[in-house]
Design a protein around this ligand. Sequence first.
Ligand SMILES: Cc1cc2nc3c(=O)[nH]c(=O)nc-3n(C[C@H](O)[C@H](O)[C@H](O)COP(=O)(O)OP(=O)(O)OC[C@H]3O[C@@H](n4cnc5c(N)ncnc54)[C@H](O)[C@@H]3O)c2cc1C
Length: 382
Amino acid sequence: MDFRLSPEQAAFQEEVAGFIEHELPVGWDEEQGSLAERMDVERAVMRRLAARRWLALPWPKEYGGAGASPVQQLLFNEQMAYHRVPGSVNMGVAWVGPVVILYGRADQKQQYLSRIADGTDIWCTLYSEPGAGSDLAAMQTRAVRDGDEYVINGQKIWTTFGHYADWGWLAARTDPAAPKHKGLSTFAVKMDSPGITVRPLINMAGGHEFNEIFFQDVRVPVSQMVGEENRGWYNVAVGLDFERSSIGATSSARRTVDELVAFLRGRGGMDPAVRHRLAEQAIGVQLLRTMAYYIASEQERTGLAPTREAQMAKLFGAELQQKVALTGIQILGMTGQAAKPGTPALALHYGLLRSVANTIEGGTSEIQRSVIASRGLGLPRE
Ligand SMILES: Cc1cc2nc3c(=O)[nH]c(=O)nc-3n(C[C@H](O)[C@H](O)[C@H](O)COP(=O)(O)OP(=O)(O)OC[C@H]3O[C@@H](n4cnc5c(N)ncnc54)[C@H](O)[C@@H]3O)c2cc1C
């Protein structure tokens, strides 16, 4: 057992820290501005990351990545999340690219991959529907073949970045007669295609992250189906080769705890209950960080993420973010109620409201617990 980084890993960690300190575009850390202005900053960050091949860091070099190992990815993701650098959530990199690399044709690789890796195209994910979330395979959006095209009809929901994505990564039903996991296919869809309507959904923190997307007779060329027809469910499951440590959640919770400690230090006369709560959250952060490092190093050693631990870290991290944000708001007390732009109180207010979604996105905590119980611990189903 060796908890130290190798000299190469430590050098990479320093390189990332230097990049964040010196190479990000001016204004990258300002929270204000319109959505369009913040998107411009995000795209500028993405271009700088792409110039170093860090945008698609884990992808093979031939597709514009750096072929990074899981531990390298962890070191990168850890600092990006801690410093709250925008542009790090990239669904094109996380799951569209990996499916295209594995199952796409040569022309699809040519068309999609380099534009993801160089930051030109942003993708959104069109999976969830009003009647298909946890039970995702129940999705009903139809794709019907008509000559050289598929005609898409249906509705998607909770589509993050749907309002500014260039491309959508769509799962739709191509065979309604087949068992539900076996009648789905995946498509690349231009988001400005005629027949697509994007309607904003505002989250409870007042932010516009996700949307409802309506498809009415949207025509998609057959050439934009990725992988085999009716094997889309397996494409939805891909993306597993990437670092799965939940280090992003850890870093975000660690940053908040560090900020609270800095805020409270030197104030004198602290309530013991407050001190204890903060100590508890600091233990949670340290635990999760150790888990994250363990997961990435196992993934690097064996080539596979330890699924049970990865699921435990996802669940623990999502819930820890909520606890840390709540602790922060309670510690700030009346100051916390007077949230103004640029103050730690505002970041915590937003963080607390936004953290509610942490235990829903990417699979709810109930589902995670159930999977850990049955697949991880081998317990009988209810
Ligand atoms: C911030 C955010 C961003 C998102 N971005 C995207 C995106 O970009 N693209 C996309 O396609 N989707 C996206 N989603 C959707 C997300 O994947 C779904 O919200 C999630 O899978 C849960 O589905 P649901 O909302 O339909 O809830 P449901 O599945 O209806 O669940 C409702 C409640 O019932 C519980 N429940 C359901 N089934 C069971 C069960 N079998 N056992 C016990 N409890 C159960 C759930 O845990 C939950 O508490 C996003 C969600 C959020 C919050």
